[in-house]
Design a protein around this ligand. Structure first.
Ligand code: GDP
Length: 302
């Protein structure tokens, strides 16, 4: 079997279009002086990479203030990468001790929650942890079935009720099962239907309260799954989830698709919540711990 390329290699392939656009622009622009035109065109290139208008202006402005000593395109790229790395924040390690830890997986339907739960369960199992999954999206029968398929694949039992059941009841049962079976991690799937946003947020808060009551000593992660190909639209949704439950981390999925990586910088800045993982495909192993510096380099290096 061919060896999988590392995080950086995979990201470089994933973000090729954005990187080439940014990088080629920087090369072109550097043929001329580092003047107003250069910085406004760099700003434009960042906007096209999904960084968002305000933040693109800020990054271009910061770079403008750091040009002394810059001789080559590589010098400039290194400074740009340093600025982007800083904006991407620190790596986020999940809090899993003392067990059982709870990881709530939140996000709108289609963002990649089910797939992320499967990948994350696989990863945690690989670390030798006992994993249990709660099928908390009772709104969609298909979601429960998909979760069971993933659970079987990765060797993690799924606690489920019937379609239409109270998600809080499922999660309560799963919490009891986690204690009884001495699970290390309880992964909780949640609903993500958008057309009843108010009810959805109330439901998520209720699930969160049930977790706190059933497992008062458990560390709880609340990870929002964001489809990176939705660009700036994903941001407004992310804000709602953050207001409702207080996110502890983000998972950016589908970075292998048509995503432009700049959205990563925008979400961290917008929510002030770190990215824990990125999804780079539909396979079991296509989930990587997020590395801000590698990500920044994959964006701006040639
Ligand atoms: P959910 O509705 O939030 O549970 O989303 P799913 O997990 O069912 O994912 C929706 C679709 O996105 C499925 O077709 C997944 O295979 C796909 N998907 C999820 N994560 C990734 C990823 O990182 N890369 C790619 N290419 N597809 C993904």
């Amino acid at each position: 079997m061919a060896e999988r390329p590392g995080f950086l290699g995979r990201l470089r392939a994933t973000l090729a279009r954005t990187r080439e656009a940014l990088s080629a622009r920087i090369d072109d622009l550097l043929a001329g002086p580092l003047d107003e035109t250069f910085f406004s065109e760099l700003e434009e290139a960042l906007i096209q990479a999904d960084v968002g208008a305000g933040l693109s202006a800020e990054i271009a402005g910061r770079l403008r203030g750091q040009t002394s000593g810059v001789r080559t395109a590589d010098d400039l790229r290194a400074r740009l990468a340093a600025i982007v790395t800083e904006l991407l924040g620190v790596p986020h390690a999940l809090r899993l001790d003392p067990p059982p830890a709870v990881i709530m997986i939140l996000g709108v339907n289609g963002s990649g929650k089910t797939t992320t739960i499967g990948k994350l369960a696989h990863r945690l199992r690989g670390d030798g942890r006992r994993v249990l999954i709660a099928a908390g999206d009772t709104f969609r029968a298909a979601a429960i079935e998909q979760l069971e398929i993933w659970g079987e694949r990765v060797g993690a039992p799924v606690i489920r009720h019937k379609e239409g059941a109270d998600p809080a009841a499922v999660v309560f049962d799963a919490a009891q099962a986690a204690l009884a079976r001495r699970a290390d991690v309880l992964l909780v799937d949640t609903a993500g239907r958008l057309h009843t946003k108010v009810n959805l947020m109330e439901e998520l808060k209720k699930v969160d309260r049930v977790v706190a009551r059933a497992l008062p000593d458990a560390p709880v992660e609340r990870l929002l799954v964001i489809d990176a190909t939705t660009g700036q639209n994903g941001l407004a949704q992310a804000r709602h989830f953050h207001q409702a439950v207080g996110l502890t981390g983000l998972v950016l999925t589908k970075l292998d698709g048509t995503a432009k990586g700049g959205i990563a910088i925008a979400v961290v800045r917008e929510l002030n919540v770190p990215i824990a993982y990125v999804g780079t495909g539909e396979g079991l192993d296509d989930l990587d711990a997020f590395d801000p510096s590698a990500f920044a380099r994959a964006l701006v290096e040639p």
